[in-house]
Design a protein around this ligand. Structure first.
Ligand code: NAD
Ligand code: UDP
Ligand code: UDP
Length: 314
């Protein structure tokens, strides 16, 4: 049966970790999904199960170049997200955030599509405010090795708000905090994937520093719920809105939980703390709670179980 008024939704970076989950979710809600990705930090494996779906299209395309399409909504996720990926070609990382935003905003302007930006907690830099609220302006080094990512994302936010003020675009800016789940990269050096891979291989678990630093981890399904709620929120809710899980765990607790869930004989070993490693990172999600009625639902243990099952089958 032909469904009337299906929305045509563009997801840039749709073959990535978060993008592939988003494409799946949008298809399940009976939309047409167009995924564009240059596969810079992902492979088609993440979306191979979607390729036979008649409502799904994949186009290999780099968002730093213009693209002309007819769409109703745009989710702009294209950008390598982990330091190993974004520092490989830092100039390209800034171009992806900035030229990518300009092209997608130009597309949104022409088609009058609502547009969502995947921004990041990294716009807060090394914060002096805990937990971070959206009105905190951040403390970012403009010339360091992380700047290509942090400043690229900050400039993309600037562009979103100027297209909103100057051209009346309907924008939705999410600031995403550490997220984990199936299809995250096994080798990107992030703590959740490192610990799971080490535990599954029976290797030592490498804790940097004393392991008392804390992080808050959001399971991917919760985050995608947040994306969809923000996108469908009233027009005047532009964001930025923090999306993340405020439950804090020490890195040591994370290591112990992973060992418990995987089983096996891995031991904890301690390695030097990287330079500039934040002691704590935690989102303040009051705005998301109050205005989107959104709070993460999936406890760390449950999310880790699903993620471990994914890595076991790789
Ligand atoms: P990812 O690396 O798995 O996905 C990013 C995707 O963008 C990849 O498929 C990559 O190939 C694609 N891409 C990169 N440059 C491109 C370009 N020039 N043109 C087209 N496609 C391009 O990372 P992810 O974790 O899924 O992150 C998705 C978005 O969410 C990113 O914008 C990231 O900055 C943001 N984010 C993620 C997290 C997190 O915890 N995963 C946290 C904060 C923000
Ligand atoms: N753009 C695009 N697809 C479109 C419309 C615009 O990729 O459907 C790109 C185009 O390359 C342009 C950019 O978006 O450079 C910004 O568009 P805008 O209309 O804001 O600016 P202008 O065209 O005036 O530079
Ligand atoms: N970390 C660790 N062992 C690892 C990888 C990371 O102890 O094998 C620590 C890291 O020093 C940091 C925390 O885990 O304190 C989170 O690191 P990640 O790179 O995943 O995220 P971010 O620092 O960006 O929050």
């Amino acid at each position: 049966m032909k469904v009337a008024n299906r929305r045509r939704i563009l997801v840039t970076g749709g073959a990535g970790f978060l993008g592939s989950h988003l494409c799946e979710r949008l298809l399940n809600s009976r939309n047409d999904v167009l995924c564009i990705d240059n596969l810079y930090s992902s492979t088609k494996d993440n979306i191979v199960h979607l390729l036979s779906n008649p409502n799904f299209e994949f186009q290999r395309h780099d968002v730093t170049f213009p693209v002309y399409l007819e769409v109703d909504e745009i989710y702009n996720l294209a950008c390598p997200a982990s330091p190993i990926h974004y520092q490989r070609d830092p100039v390209q990382t800034t171009k992806t955030s900035v030229h990518g935003a300009i092209n997608m905003l130009g597309l949104a302007k022409r088609t009058k599509a609502r547009i969502f930006q995947a921004s990041t907690s990294e716009v807060y830099g090394d914060p002096e405010v805990h937990p971070q609220t959206e009105d905190y302006w951040g403390r970012v080094n403009p010339i360091g090795v992380r700047s290509c990512y942090d400043e690229g994302k900050r400039c993309a936010e600037t562009l979103f708000f100027d297209y909103h003020r100057q051209h009346g675009l309907e924008i939705k800016v999410a600031r995403i905090f550490n997220t984990y789940g199936p299809r995250m990269h096994p080798n990107d050096g992030r703590v959740v994937s490192n610990f799971i891979v080490q535990a599954l291989q029976g290797n030592d678990i490498t804790i940097y520093g004393d392991g008392l630093q804390t992080r808050s981890f959001c399971y991917v399904d919760d985050l995608i719920d947040g994306f969809v709620s923000l996108m469908s929120s009233p027009r005047d809710l532009t964001g930025p809105v923090n999306l993340g899980n405020p439950s804090e765990f020490t890195i040591r607790e994370l290591a112990e939980t992973v060992i418990e869930l995987v089983g096996g004989a891995s031991r904890l070993v301690f390695r030097p703390l990287p330079h500039d490693d934040p002691k704590q990172r935690q989102p303040d999600i009051s705005i998301a709670k109050e205005q989107l009625d959104w709070t993460p639902q999936i406890p760390l243990k449950e999310g880790l179980k699903n993620t471990i099952a994914y890595f076991r089958d790789l």
